[in-house]
Design a protein around this ligand. Structure first.
Ligand code: KG4
Ligand code: ZN
Length: 334
């Protein structure tokens, strides 16, 4: 079954063709990051406009690269939630028009479910159930993937998402948007023990996260140094910050795995590209005999191939939409 998939939840306009949920035939991404960088973050109105300009082009390119025409496609899948509402609406409306015109089933896909599905594209042996740490710009969840379309959230952030925290700390250090990847690079040349940073936890909820205090601590250190006319060793600050975030993410995920008894863990979302997170999880899972799956770097961030993968399993579960499908800015993964 060939699924044509679309993604426009944030600042990437993406289209892909995926066969039987596991094989990527094409994966086209038009990123708007260069334009949003001028403003230090995503400007929703600009994002919607750029999606509207790019969506038909990336779709045509995805079909061409897969060497297929619309007649070879069996369903259209689209990210409908969560995300920037105006951005989501562009993908949803385009997908609805395409499905209607080509008389194809329309499959709505939850963005975080699709991040998890990025793992199916790279790991043919991975099947639910497993535990997944979903870490993106907008979300931080520990999710038990009970089945391809059934999820239980065991923990979530109470304030900032991990990616948001990376981006805000990076921005305070003068790095361009999106800062996570720049902070990661700087951290690789720094000493993670140079700064002791707070490790906020949520009383009574061992699998929940709270990152805003950690972010504020980094920003305060920078402001105080600036007021004194001093400059901090930024590589060390990055390494200490990254080490602390990764420690918190790893320890909570492993504690959740201990409680559920899961022996398979996956990472998902933009922050799963982080070198510190990948290596610490690899080490700690290996020490416990837990099998770890991570998406390849090009599938960590937003893309449509992951939507095509999850869309396949939603289709098999009979989760279809009609032309009254609407986009939602927030929607639980469950
Ligand atoms: O999943 P994603 O592409 O978009 C959302 O759904 O939000 O995640 C984007 C987030 C951004 O905050 C970005 O800075 C972060 O992922 N990110 C990283 C790295 N690469 C991307 N954070 C830390 N280290 C990285 N290497
Ligand atoms: Zn995402």
């Amino acid at each position: 079954m060939n699924i044509l998939a679309l993604e426009s939840s944030c600042d990437e306009t993406a289209a892909a063709v995926v066969r039987d949920g596991r094989e990527v035939l094409s994966n086209i991404i038009a990123s708007q990051a260069d334009e949003h960088r001028l403003y230090g973050g995503v400007v929703p109105e600009i994002a919607s406009r750029r999606h509207a300009e790019a969506v038909s082009g990336v779709t045509r390119q995805a079909l061409e690269e897969a060497n297929l025409t619309l007649t070879d496609i069996d369903a259209v899948a689209v990210t409908y939630a969560p995300g920037l509402i105006g951005a989501l609406l562009v993908g949803v409306n385009f997908a609805k028009g395409l499905a209607q015109a080509a008389n194809l089933p329309l499959v709505p896909v939850h963005h975080l479910r699709s991040h998890i599905a990025a793992n199916y594209l790279a790991h043919p042996d991975l099947k639910p159930p497993f535990l997944c740490l979903v870490v993106s710009g907008g979300h931080t969840h520990i999710v038990r993937v009970e089945d391809y379309t059934r999820f239980t959230v065991l923990g979530r952030t109470r304030d900032d998402a991990a990616g948001e925290c990376f981006d805000k700390a990076a921005r305070a250090m003068g790095m361009p948007y999106p800062g996570g990847v720049h902070l990661d690079r700087a951290a690789q040349n720094g000493d993670p023990t140079a700064f002791t940073l707070p490790r906020p936890h949520v009383d009574g909820s061992p699998f929940d996260f709270s990152f805003s205090g950690l972010k504020t601590a980094v920003i305060n250190l920078l402001h105080k140094a600036e007021q004194r006319g001093e400059s901090l060793p930024l590589n060390d600050l990055c390494a200490s910050f990254q080490g602390t975030v990764c420690d918190i993410l790893c320890s909570h995920t492993l504690a959740a795995a201990e409680q559920t008894g899961d022996r398979v863990i996956a990472l998902a979302g933009g922050v799963s590209a982080n070198s510190g997170l990948r290596s610490q999880m690899e080490r700690e899972c290996a020490a416990r005999g837990i099998t770890l799956y991570v998406p390849p770097l090009p599938l960590c961030g937003d893309n449509a191939a992951m939507v095509g993968s999850q869309g396949y399993y939603e289709f098999l579960a009979g989760h279809l939409a009609s032309t009254d499908l609407n986009a939602c800015a927030t929607l639980p993964i469950e």
